[in-house]
Design a protein around this ligand. Structure first.
Ligand SMILES: Cc1cc2nc3c(=O)[nH]c(=O)nc-3n(C[C@H](O)[C@H](O)[C@H](O)COP(=O)(O)OP(=O)(O)OC[C@H]3O[C@@H](n4cnc5c(N)ncnc54)[C@H](O)[C@@H]3O)c2cc1C
Length: 443
């Protein structure tokens, strides 16, 4: 797997130093021994991939780190990246019974990371069935978490899986999107290297865009899994948005994660207030911007980002401007930008109305739109009897099967953009459903 384009710059790695340092081996054992091993394991229920949390923690307490990692991988092949990227405050750790006793929840994410880091550092492999035990040949379009989980599950059970990806590196947003201080691109690739060793085939630089290409895949493979995620950032539709100095949040994050942007300076204005906007604002600060504003049309209480992400963003020094909306971007002499904004007022029905005489211009160096991703219309337009609703692929919530029984789909292109762990759960469920469907055909 190529890592040629990843940042080697130690200053950059230092700037994006990890938010949460790993546990020492001693601390991991002490923390593991705090776990009450609840029989009903609310933590496991809260995890979309249903990792056996008490099971893997018990193995850490017993010093069996490899066994612990295998327990995690049984449920979630991307257990390493999920340990770093998952919003555990609202998932497993949020469900920990320790809250009931007014005590700190078990540090499940750090324990999971401890087991997975040990596994990857040792270069262990995942136990898989002998090749071709299962007469099933599947192609996964997109190499993000959803497809990786689908392909790995099929390989683990003895089928064949090929992943086609339009970019030069796999991982989707795990590699190109999740903030570097949570999950380094190199760590995402290390995990995918393990999946490659399982026997999953990868084809990079292949973009499936037309009906003809899908027909060709239908001829070659039994089933097609669509794990294409979402598309580019939505446009602002205001004058001047294509000016030099305007870079959308996804491009900014991918550029710094692949070492193409090393620093920013001056004043940066991020437009939007979801988790992506927060990540972009934090990145701008860490890349050196002196002042970073985040402009949101609504009130603080309406903020779509997670509370803990908002708190972290304030600690990074980002300043929030509420009830403002951009109306134009004007390039100024000397390469700076003038961002015209107005105050808006929320009406009873929730709509926003610009208020008279509230225009305010911010002089800045970079504007970063972050107002949500649009769906990948190109591929989805090539419907092949796949139902598309509001730009998202309609798929069975349990199996991921679409209106065309040979097509399954999962992850962001179905749920509209959630978490890595949701995409992993979808991919795995679809793999199991494909195996069941194939067995029914050959029975
Ligand atoms: C900036 C940002 C930060 C995030 N941070 C977190 C976080 O901290 N924690 C968390 O849990 N979640 C986070 N998420 C959400 C998480 O990354 C996604 O939910 C998850 O990656 C979805 O996985 P996926 O496989 O559905 O799609 P993606 O990860 O988007 O992968 C889709 C892949 O398909 C490829 N592709 C698309 N179309 C084609 C085509 N036609 N042919 C070939 N290949 C194609 C794409 O290039 C891409 O590699 C974040 C999202 C963003 C945008």
């Amino acid at each position: 797997m190529s890592t040629a384009t990843l940042p080697q710059d130690s200053e950059l790695l230092e700037r994006f130093s990890e938010l949460k340092p790993p546990l020492t081996p001693q601390a991991a054992v002490i923390e593991a021994n705090r776990c009450l091993n609840c029989f009903d394991a609310p933590c496991t229920l809260a995890c979309p991939t249903h990792i056996d949390v008490p099971g893997f923690i018990k193995r850490i307490a017993a010093g069996n780190l490899r066994g612990s990692a295998n327990r995690i991988l049984d449920a979630n092949i991307l257990g390493g990246s999920c340990a770093r990227a998952c919003p555990v405050e609202v998932l497993c750790e949020g469900a920990c019974v320790m809250h009931r006793y007014n005590r700190q929840p078990i540090q499940i994410a750090l324990l999971q990371r401890h087991a997975m880091d040990n596994f990857h550092a040792a270069g262990y492999d995942v136990p898989t069935a002998p090749p071709n035990t299962l007469d099933l040949n599947v192609v996964c379009i997109g190499a993000g978490p959803a497809s990786l989980a689908c392909a790995a599950e099929l390989k683990r059970r003895g089928g064949r899986a090929t992943v086609v990806e339009r970019r030069e590196m796999p991982g989707g947003l795990n590699t190109y999107g999740v903030a570097e201080y949570k999950l380094r691109a190199a760590e995402s690739l290390r995990e995918i290297e393990m999946i490659r060793r399982m026997g999953v085939e990868f084809r990079f630089g292949v973009s499936i865009e037309s009906s003809a290409e899908l027909v060709k895949l239908e001829e070659e493979f039994d089933y097609i899994f669509l794990g294409v995620g979402l598309g580019a950032m939505q446009r602002l539709n205001i004058p001047g948005e294509d000016s030099e100095g305007v870079i959308n949040a996804l491009e900014l994050i991918a550029a710094y994660k692949t070492g193409q942007i090393h620093q920013m300076s001056g004043t940066v204005v991020v437009l939007g207030a979801g988790n992506t906007a927060i990540d972009a604002a934090n990145a701008a600060r860490r890349l050196g911007a002196e002042t970073v504003y985040l402009i949101y049309r609504r009130e603080e209480r309406d903020l779509p980002a997670f509370d803990f992400e908002y708190e972290h963003c304030k600690q990074e020094g980002v300043q929030f401007l509420w009830r403002r909306q951009p109306v134009a971007i004007r390039p100024e002499q000397h390469g700076r930008l003038l961002l015209d904004t107005v105050q808006v007022q929320q009406q009873q029905d929730g709509s926003l109305v610009p208020m008279a005489d509230t225009q305010h211009t911010i002089v800045c160096d970079t504007v970063v739109p972050a107002i949500g991703q649009s769906p990948f219309t190109q591929l989805i337009q090539e419907k092949r009897r796949i139902v598309v609703k509001d730009g998202l692929i309609a798929a069975d919530p349990i199996t991921g099967q679409t209106g065309n029984p040979r097509y399954f789909a999962g992850g962001d292109c179905v749920n509209g953009g959630r978490e890595v762990v949701d995409a992993v759960a979808d991919g795995k469920r679809s793999a199991l459903a494909m195996i069941k469907a194939a067995e029914a055909i050959y029975a």
